[in-house]
Design a protein around this ligand. Structure first.
Ligand code: GTP
Ligand code: MG
Length: 400
């Protein structure tokens, strides 16, 4: 069970179904787009409810489906239409002999910019949740633009849950997230970059029922592959964040502006590969030291200098450099974390970490800056180049 062959004879696995619920406009669809790294996979919008019924999203890579739902607020006669349509979707499967439509997890989204609503929303969830008595819940605090408020918001959510005994047992994690770059101020170009996605994916993977992968022949390699996909998704969102930082008109001569991103990247990867984060200061410091402020940063800059007669505007050049640095660091880190996860190396192997970042990460970068710049110029001839376009140019070249 669980293991199937599709009509092309490829093996596919039974996937976990995760429903994404929360009030209208909270950012469910935006979050789904960001997990799948797509712009317009799930329609998003302002004002009237954008997602009309239930929609199921999946891709080849990830071992779970995300089910987008309409706003969670009760409709006529206090019926919760989101829950109604999810149940309908599940029931249809029984008719169709399709066992694949059980709900395995709930992502409950609440809006980080309206904390006054937390308790009310969680009471609402408690009333509706009698349908799924023992399904794990992860609370996603969307639009967590204000860093100082994040810890307090997480605590508020936990407190609100404590008064609902049955829900409390199912609550697995509370994670503040920024799904998409948020412009605080159009004029000064101050941005809050995407954050928290790595943590969300790592926690999700932890609480997906074991049974779903238990039927896979080679569990170990399946799990490693899953981790690699999650890790690359985290690297991708960090690179995008790096591009955004680069585009702000602030000179980043010493690369220190990228340090928070680098730390966030390492934290996300630590979660995914079950590597202890808190007591590994030297390990983390070694990685950060090799990043934008170190060998990788230097390699990126000297790589660009080697490009003759480069004609790219300064902020864009910054964006390309920043993104490439994070991409190279990310690729090096994925390798390092994987080796530690597999038990081949330890976080105390500091010299080895340095060597990997110098050889693998920095070297892959030195040859590629020229190609990245060339691809960029080619792409620019066809019109405006978005941050997403830069992301794909960078990842394409760094992964080589
Ligand atoms: N910049 C930024 N905007 C966000 C973020 N999350 C949500 N938004 C914005 O909030 C609005 C609503 O987001 P949606 O994803 O459509 O919300 P939804 O929960 O799917 O709404 P319904 O489909 O109506 O239930 C959109 O304008 C989004 O761009 C974020 O992390 N960053
Ligand atoms: Mg929506």
């Amino acid at each position: 069970m669980g293991e199937m062959n599709n009509d092309r004879g490829e093996q596919s696995y039974k996937k976990a179904n995760i429903v994404v619920v929360g009030n209208s406009g909270v950012g469910k669809s935006t979050l789904i787009n960001s997990v799948f790294q797509a712009d317009n996979l799930a329609l998003t919008g302002v004002g009237e409810s954008t997602t009309k019924e239930l929609r199921v999203y999946e891709n080849k890579e990830l071992g779970f489906r995300l089910i987008d739902t309409i706003g969670f607020e009760p409709g006529f006669f206090n019926q919760n239409n989101a829950i109604k349509s999810i149940r309908k979707w599940s029931k249809e499967s029984i008719k169709n002999n399709d066992e694949d439509r059980q709900i395995h997890m709930i992502w409950y989204c609440i809006d980080g910019t309206s904390r006054k609503m937390f308790r009310k929303n969680i009471d609402l969830l408690a009333r509706s949740m009698t349908v799924w008595k023992s399904v794990p819940i992860i609370v996603v605090i969307t639009k967590s633009y204000s860093k100082p408020e994040r810890t307090e918001n997480v605590e508020m959510v936990y407190r609100a849950f404590q008064s609902h005994k049955k829900l409390w047992a199912n609550l697995k994690a509370v994670i503040p997230v920024v799904s998409k770059t948020y412009k605080i101020d159009e004029d000064s170009n101050i941005n809050v970059v995407p954050d928290g996605l790595g943590e969300l994916l790592a926690e999700t993977e932890k609480y997906i029922p074991e049974g779903l992968v238990a039927s896979v022949k080679d569990i170990a390699s399946y799990q490693l592959q899953q981790k690699r996909i999650l890790a690359h998704s985290v690297v991708g969102s960090s690179v995008l964040a790096g591009i955004t930082v680069g585009l702000t008109p602030i000179p980043f001569a010493d690369g220190a502006l990228l340090t928070p991103l680098e730390v966030g990247l390492i934290k996300g990867l630590s979660k995914i590969y079950n590597v202890e984060y808190d007591n590994n200061t030297e390990f983390i410091q070694t990685i950060v030291n090799a990043g934008a402020a170190g060998i990788i940063g230097k390699t990126a800059l000297s790589g660009l200098k080697a490009v003759p007669g480069i004609n790219i505007a300064g902020d864009v050049l910054n964006a390309i450099v920043a993104g490439s640095i994070i991409a190279a660091l990310g690729e090096g880190c994925v390798y390092i974390f994987e080796q530690i996860y597999l038990g081949n190396k330890k976080t105390t192997d500091i010299e080895w970490v340095k060597k990997i970042l110098e050889s693998k990460a920095a070297e892959s970068l030195s040859g590629q800056m020229e190609n990245i710049a060339a691809d960029f110029i080619k792409r620019k001839a066809g019109g405006k180049v978005s941050a997403k376009d830069m992301l794909s140019i960078i990842l394409r070249n760094i992964k080589k």
